[in-house]
Ligand binder design. Sequence first.
Ligand SMILES: [Ca+2]
Length: 147
Amino acid sequence: MILTFLFSLVMWFFPPQPVDVPVEGTANITVHVTNIKKMKGNIQLGIYEECCFLKAGGEFADFKKKVDGESVTVVFENVPYGEYALGAYHDLDEDVKLDTNFLGMPQEPYGFTRKLVSRFRAPKYKEMAFQVDQPEVELTIALEFWR
Ligand SMILES: [Ca+2]
């Protein structure tokens, strides 16, 4: 009786905390690519894990969408919960690569889900990474032109 009472008292003051287990699931990631200036070519999007950020062919998933307006929307479906980074560029000449000049600076519009820390180097994964931990994630990438 006393034990039960003590137990109740303990539960009252120290209720059991929910265990912090990683949530499992998959998400649909909707990406709006905005600030498209030229009505030609394709928008190329890649979603990356840390190992393979911006490496050619290293996309966890990628998308190509024909430009038909000032913005395009794509949906990456059934992406497992986790951390990712996303990059996009406007492939004006449809050669499926981001054209660069002799200094390696992009010559086609490009963008990420966050602002660049520096325009004079490629962004690092951690600067662009975001968490996917709910069924619907919506992101916007405003393309910019390096000059
Ligand atoms: Ca290109």
